[in-house]
Design a protein around this ligand. Structure first.
Ligand code: ATP
Ligand code: MG
Length: 718
């Protein structure tokens, strides 16, 4: 039907074509960022379809995000001219897991209309079980156990398989029992959690060879993107299902493995050749995405990691046409956000689209400053892979308190926090309050203050509600005469809200505490609490429209696989990036994962890449002088340009100390000579270094443990 090479192969290089056309037998494409791995996968599907090797329904393709799956579907449609009957099984491990499980739910004791619990439901359920065991749920927090269960399920463990030590470590040795009780409870509820979406199918495949055979016969071709970030359970699942045809193609890059903290096993790459004998390994070396400077900078940076599989990367783009990676200094994060905003506006004036720009942050609390700035400037933005700052759970809770203080009749806000943190106001008590308020036409808070004066309530809830009422009365009385940030802090303390997260052992709690601190910080820019609340309602009103031309803001973790013309990377300071938690872990592995994250960040850029570091950042509510990230030292000067430090602030500056970066502010005698990279400056920093580290290292235990470490898209971050 066709003469010459098929049209979808046009423009591919020989290695890529080989990766597309080698469709029988196991294939591993191991290649650096931007070499066309994802493009190869997409084209491979088109090739399989166009050559009639399989029907769409006989292809199984796994992507890392749902968004990537949607894009891949569209691309395939274009490549094969839209004339495909049906569609491949294309989605994330989780979404494919749901599909499988709906078909065979009864085999694991569920009905096909089972529900999928979100994290909150999951934790509530676990809490009930802990209480039912007669255990103190403060000592054994549900969240912590939910995390343990996730960890086990990432490894494919059921209650019978968890290591003895793990089982003993929780709830006076009742870990295994609790896990079992949890699974039984899920069954009764006809529900499963995210981990089950993988573990149930694995169990079904293992216990029902006939069903596994069905899928072996069905799926002729299996493809997996971002293979370096699969966890053990995913790998088990994949190996089971791929035993049939053996036509499995995985593409990945060990240098981009950034989910180790969530159980991803980069070793799965090494195991591939062992588990799939005769695997063809294909390496792609030409990068099509980035300029030579960006690629040079990224390659040099990642070369500081040990234990890499090692890859070559080159580009045909000439050096001199493009700008180097630009490293900028700013005084503080506000200045940083302002400067990034200016740069974006300049680009816009030169006809660049906002859609082509992205800001990638290490921790989600960094987003707040940018969001506020963009609202002020009227720049459209969208937050990818998570809620916007003011939409986060802990921020909404805190704001609800502030709203009731400023506006006591705000019933929605009152309802939100009347029993958050838990203070013994059960459903019955809240209902009683509602009825009482409705009968008298009163707002809830007013009704509460009347109700607690009567004998109508049971003593316990009555006491609890009295405390709430008295708290709000006191806070309201402070509203006019106390500095509003101080009051805000006090509200979160007195109400027990801060303590609630401090006592929370889950991975996202420290990130939430950071967000709360950031919230208070952001209030400083306003005259009053009311003024601040008004501002937030405006921010929340800003449009989040998919079709709008808008700057993207996201964490580095959620930027995987994406590309933009211009990338902004703020916050390259020690303790933030690399993250303190990774540094505290000691050893190389935490730091190396941070460096891979930096590599992922840099390699998202096609043309321009701007890195920022600030000399002062407020972390955990305290101003701290910072040290530029060690990763900056790892950028070669032939590919990275370090701009003159920011001297726009009076009092620290050019006149006093030559180059003028900060020395006078930090009582350092050593003048700074214009590059942060000089030995003299380094030495000067080293003195501050200890102080800074101590600050970050010792403050209030858990808060320091991890500044939103591990915050990302999928449920783990705040
Ligand atoms: P990452 O590791 O970041 O996921 P990747 O290896 O998956 O990157 P792709 O996203 O597939 O790389 O490709 C990077 C860019 O290069 C895309 O814009 C893609 O369209 C383009 N590209 C890939 N191969 C070619 C080619 N042969 N000719 C022109 N452009 C190409
Ligand atoms: Mg890719």
């Amino acid at each position: 039907r066709q003469t010459g090479p098929a049209s979808y192969l046009e423009g591919l290089n020989p290695e890529q074509i080989r990766a597309v056309e080698t469709i029988d037998g196991p294939v591993l494409v191991l290649a650096g960022a931007g070499t066309g791995k994802t493009r190869v996968l997409t084209t491979r599907i088109a090739h399989i379809l166009a050559t009639g090797k399989a029907y769409p329904s006989q292809i199984l393709a796994v992507t890392f995000t749902n968004k990537a799956a949607r894009e891949m579907k569209e691309r395939i449609g274009v490549l094969v001219g839209g004339a495909v009957e049906g569609m491949p099984w294309l989605g994330t491990f989780h979404s494919i897991g749901v599909r499988l499980l709906r078909r065979h739910a009864e085999l694991v004791g569920l009905r096909s209309d089972f529900t999928i619990l979100d994290t909150d439901d999951q934790i509530r359920l676990i809490k009930q079980l802990i209480q039912a065991e007669g255990l103190d749920d403060k000592r054994w927090p549900g969240r912590q156990f939910a995390m343990m269960i996730d960890g086990w399920k990432n490894k494919g463990f059921g209650p019978a398989e968890i290591p003895e030590g793990d089982a003993r470590s929780f709830a006076n040795g009742k870990g295994r029992e609790l896990f079992e009780a949890y699974q039984n409870r899920l069954k009764t509820l006809n529900a499963c959690d995210f981990g089950d979406l993988l573990c149930h199918p694995i169990r079904i495949f293992r216990n029902h060879p006939d069903i596994l055979k069905e899928y072996h016969d069905k799926f002729r071709y299996i493809l997996v993107d971002e293979y370096q970030d699969t966890n053990t359970a995913q790998y088990m699942w994949l190996r089971l299902i791929a035993q049939g045809s053996h036509n499995v193609c995985c593409v990945g890059d060990d240098d981009q493995s950034i989910y180790g903290w969530r159980g991803a096993e980069v070793d799965n790459i090494l195991r591939f050749e062992k588990d799939f004998p005769g695997a063809v390994v294909i390496r792609l070396e030409r990068n099509y995405r980035s300029t030579a400077h960006i690629l040079g900078a990224a390659s040099h940076l990642i070369s500081h990691n040990e234990g890499r599989l090692g890859k070559t990367l080159f580009t045909d783009q000439a050096d001199d046409d493009h700008e180097k990676v630009m490293v900028h200094a700013a005084w503080d994060s506000e200045e940083e956000a302002r400067a990034v905003g200016e740069e974006i506006e300049q680009l816009q004036r030169r006809d660049h689209r906002l859609n082509d720009m992205a800001i990638l942050v290490r921790a989600s609390f960094q987003m707040r400053e940018f969001e506020d700035r963009f609202v002020t400037l009227g720049l459209n933005y969208r937050v990818i892979g998570g809620p916007r700052f003011y939409e986060r759970l802990e921020i909404r809770d805190a704001m609800a308190y502030f709203r009731v203080v400023c506006q006591p009749a705000d019933d929605l806000a009152f309802e939100r926090i009347v029993n958050t943190p838990k203070r013994g106001l059960g459903e019955a008590a809240v209902r009683q309050l509602h009825d009482y308020a409705r009968a008298r036409g009163l707002p809830l808070l007013k009704a509460a203050s009347d109700l607690v004066m009567t004998e109508e309530m049971k003593p316990r809830p009555r006491k609890a509600l009295t405390d709430v009422v008295e708290n709000f009365q006191r806070w309201s009385s402070l509203l006019e005469n106390t500095p509003h940030t101080e009051l805000a802090e006090q509200i979160l303390e007195d109400s027990g809200y801060t303590a609630m997260w401090q006592n929370d052992k889950s991975a996202d709690a420290p990130g939430r505490l950071d967000n709360l601190k950031e919230l208070i910080r952001s209030m400083e820019d306003f005259e009053s609490m009311r003024g601040f609340l008004e501002h937030v309602s405006l921010v929340m009103d800003a449009e989040q429209n998919e079709d709008l031309d808008a700057v993207s803001i996201m964490t580095l973790h959620s930027a995987k696989g994406l590309e933009f013309e211009t990338i902004f990377l703020p916050g390259w300071e020690e303790g933030l990036f690399p993250h303190q938690r990774a540094l505290d872990e000691g050893g190389r592995s935490g730091l190396e994962e941070e460096r891979r994250l930096a590599y992922v960040g840099l390699t998202r850029a096609k043309v321009n890449c701007h890195i920022w570091f600030v000399s002062n950042r407020r972390i955990h509510g305290l101003w701290q002088s910072t040290i530029p990230s060690r990763f900056l030292d790892e950028l070669p000067s032939e590919h990275a340009d370090v701009a003159e430090p920011d001297t726009s602030y009076g009092g620290y500056g050019a006149t006093a100390v030559g180059g003028g970066y900060g020395a006078s502010r930090f009582d350092e005698a050593e003048p700074f000579s214009g590059s942060y990279n000089t030995p003299g400056w380094r030495r000067a920093q080293a003195n501050r270094n200890d102080a800074t580290r101590q600050n970050w290292g010792t403050r209030s235990g858990h808060a320091v443990e991890r500044i939103g470490y591990g915050e990302t898209d999928s449920g783990y971050g705040a």
